[in-house]
Ligand binder design. Structure first.
Ligand SMILES: [Zn+2]
Length: 365
């Protein structure tokens, strides 16, 4: 963070920093000092909290008013989604400075746009990736470990989805068929996470940066970011997008909802039972939800589950990258099935039973 100005100087003369008040409270002084040292002007705009189409338009107005030539997102996935979309529309450069490793949004050339209620609205694709992705692993270690755990949920899906996309010969988010390279990065991310997530999370609970933390941050951010974009998304993210249509899930992190998508995708694939068991045990240890209960839903919420399934299977959703067709009925059944099976696996492994989630705030990506 102390070198932010040094990295921004070659990219523009009038940067616009965008962050919410919490992140600015933590990073504002360091960012200001760093830009001043690099003889750059310091202009900061408050981020509205949800990457809606209106928020993107508002930020474009700020870019035009301030004459900024590079826009910088300081914060999490929501801030980055809004900033990338605004930078593209305004025709200037964009930079991401993730304050947490909670999603794989930082590296990609796309944004996810939500409604003001926090429901998925659309993917927006850009002709280029960010000009700079700058991460300070001490910041990740200073933040609550729950952010890093959510990032694990987002990143574990990457290999499951890339594997399915490859099998289906479907297109990636970057366009065109997956390359061996993109798919290999997705698989590498999976392996690094299984080897490092648990010790890394413990280190971050004590705000320590260890080699495991460094590796996990790279897996959550760079490997998963390149892996999903160049390897392809499939059912897990479509199910995440579907879950945002149920108000009960609002307030959960992106990666938490994605993990429900991953378990459900494994069920839909008819994956080997041991593979599903291992995934449930591991993600429980990481602290990720793998039951409906933990995302505010239950097997009795027939109407809500149907709405989730309908939203997840609309034309154009990435669930159609799976190597077989999935109907809303099949998806409802798969979603319902994870409740009892995850409870059984957790009980047999002497892991904690799920705790009911109760939504109390507006969704953030
Ligand atoms: Zn994601």
């Amino acid at each position: 963070m102390s070198r932010l100005g040094e990295f921004l100087a070659p990219l523009g003369k009038t940067p616009l920093l965008v962050s919410d008040d919490v992140v600015w409270g933590i990073l504002g002084q360091r960012a200001t000092d760093s830009l001043r040292t690099a003889q750059l002007p310091v202009t900061r705009e408050r981020f509205g909290g949800i990457p809606t189409a209106a928020e993107v338009t508002r930020l474009v107005g700020v870019i035009e008013r301030t004459g900024a030539d590079v826009i910088v997102a300081l914060g999490g996935g929501s801030t980055m989604d809004a900033v990338k979309a605004a930078g593209f529309l305004a025709g200037i450069r964009w930079v991401t400075v993730p304050s947490v490793a909670s999603t794989d949004a930082p590296t990609s050339a796309l944004s996810v746009i939500y409604t003001a209620d926090g429901a998925f609205e659309e993917y927006r694709f850009f002709p280029k990736n960010p000009d700079l992705v700058l991460m300070d692993t001490q910041l990740v270690a200073d933040a609550p470990a729950a952010f890093l755990a959510a990032g694990v949920g987002d990143a574990l899906a990457t290999w499951l989805e890339a594997r399915a996309t490859r099998q289906a010969h479907a297109n990636t988010m970057a366009g065109g068929l997956p390359t061996l390279a993109g798919t290999a990065l997705a698989e590498l991310s999976w392996g690094v996470i299984w080897d490092n997530a648990l010790p890394a999370l413990d280190a971050v609970r004590d705000h320590q940066v260890t080699p495991a933390v460094e590796k996990l941050v790279e897996a959550n951010t760079l490997l998963s970011g390149l892996g999903f974009e160049s390897g392809g998304l499939a059912a897990a993210h479509a199910i995440h997008n579907g879950l945002t249509a149920a108000h009960q899930t609002h307030g959960l992190a992106h990666g938490q909802k994605v993990n429900i998508g991953s378990v459900t995708q494994l069920v839909l694939e008819g994956a080997p039972t041991q593979e599903i068991r291992d995934f449930i045990e591991f993600t429980t240890r990481v602290g990720l939800p793998n039951t409906l209960t933990e995302v505010g839903l239950s097997v009795d919420d027939e109407d809500d589950l149907r709405r989730v399934a309908e939203a997840a299977t609309v034309p154009g959703e990435t669930i159609h990258n799976m190597p077989f067709d999935i109907t809303p009925d099949e998806l409802v059944s798969a979603l319902k099935s994870i409740e009892r099976f995850s409870r059984t696996v957790r009980s047999e492994a002497h892991l904690p039973a799920p705790v009911q989630y109760v939504a109390h705030q507006v969704d953030t990506h």
